[in-house]
Design a protein around this ligand. Structure first.
Ligand code: NAI
Ligand code: MG
Length: 359
């Protein structure tokens, strides 16, 4: 394999640069082991870009991302910029980059590592074997519909509208089918088709294209039932696809099954193989600069990048196995350690994982 893959790296603020540095070590190690070639380019983004360039998303950073095969993002934000005007806030850069890159799908795996079951609030026997992915529509639905206030017969009224067109539904559902095909071939489509018209169109669309993915078994689940089943039988789910607001809520619920935010990776995808990969957590200003943050979420985001953008399945699994082996051996950063006095730092955790990657 000699094809060069361009990766745009935007580390951002707070612990972003610390955790991204460990992910870069993983990239380097897989080049040696698997013969990949990565061309890394670094750009300013978020608070640090506001300080140095007067905008959270400089044009050259956006161009760099557009020209890349994939983007690796750390995290942005911090108290220093919290009182800035909207255009000068790091989060505005985050929304801006997703929109500018046409990323309409957010993919969040929730994997329960056996040895971390004690870190969750749920019973270990309920969590046993949980390994699911939530595919959330990211650019449509009620968050983007028309909103307004008006005077009604009983006083002031607020209106939010939920609109989905068939094209928006079809592209996200197809992506979920494709993700399911690469896994255990089960797809739960979550809607509220007993009440909502957008959900009825959603369900019709899923049923219409399902025959094209005949190897995938489809289950329709109403969102309120799904919220319950995620706590009752999380291991029975594989891929869950749903619209924007349902996905926002269910992906946070699923995340909590795994215990720590420092473990969770995510991908944002558009058409084609291009994707933006980032940990679910933020910039953790409370621990930034201390070298104690957990780099696993960002390292697992690299595994997702390999699987979903590059098709490097073997290397993706090798990274995930390395993480599992390091955890099984008892190594913990502070956020996942029961005995905090034995916790190791960011670089130590990164080095252990790098050393554990094998072919
Ligand atoms: P956060 O995720 O940064 O931190 C929440 C808690 O989890 C903190 O106690 C933090 O120390 C801990 N934590 C997070 N990641 C960790 C890791 N890798 N290892 C160990 N501990 C970790 O969320 P918070 O505190 O609500 O937000 C902090 C800043 O991050 C804010 O400015 C917020 O806007 C921004 N943010 C950015 C996101 C992004 O860049 N995608 C996402 C969420 C928040
Ligand atoms: Mg949320």
């Amino acid at each position: 394999m000699s094809e060069v893959k361009k990766i745009a790296v935007i580390a951002g603020d707070g612990i972003g640069p610390e955790v991204v540095a460990e992910a870069e070590k993983v990239l380097k190690r897989t080049e040696e082991l698997f013969g990949f070639k990565f061309e890394l380019e670094h750009g300013l983004f978020g608070g640090i870009a506001i300080d140095e360039r007067g905008t959270p998303l400089p044009q050259d950073t956006l161009e760099m991302c557009r020209n890349a095969d994939a983007v690796l993002l750390g995290a942005v934000g911090g108290p220093k910029w919290d009182n800035n005007s909207k255009e000068l806030r790091p989060e505005t850069g985050l929304l801006g980059i997703r929109k500018a890159l046409g990323l309409f799908s957010n993919i969040r795996p929730a994997v329960v590592f056996d040895c971390l079951k004690d870190a969750s609030t749920l019973k270990p026997e309920v969590l046993e074997g949980t390994d699911l992915i939530v595919v959330r529509e990211l650019t449509g639905g009620i968050y983007f519909g028309e909103k307004f206030r008006r005077e009604g017969p009983f006083g002031e009224e607020a209106v939010d509208t939920c609109v989905y067109n068939v094209t928006e539904i079809e592209r996200i559902v197809r992506q979920a089918f494709e993700v399911a095909q690469k896994r255990s071939k089960r797809l739960a489509s979550v809607d509220k088709a007993n009440v909502l018209e957008t959900s009825r169109l959603w369900r019709e669309t899923v049923n219409r294209i399902a025959p094209e993915y005949a190897d995938v078994e489809v289950e329709h689940v109403l969102v309120d039932n799904c919220a319950m089943q995620l706590l009752r039988r999380p291991s029975s789910f594989d891929v869950i696809v749903t619209e924007n607001m349902f996905g926002d809520i269910l992906s946070d619920e699923a995340a909590m099954l795994t215990g720590s935010i420092g473990m969770l990776s995510s991908a944002s995808l558009g058409e084609g193989s291009f994707g933006l990969y980032e940990p679910v957590h933020g910039s953790a200003p409370d621990i930034a600069g201390q070298g104690i943050s957990n780099p696993i979420a960002t390292i697992l985001s690299v595994a997702l990048m390999f699987r979903l953008t590059f098709g490097y399945e073997e290397a993706a699994t090798a990274i995930e196995t390395a993480v599992k082996n390091v955890l099984d051996a008892g190594h913990r950063t502070g956020d996942i350690a029961v005995d905090k006095s034995k916790a190791i730092g960011t670089t130590a955790m990164g080095d252990l994982i790098v050393a554990a990657i094998t072919r």
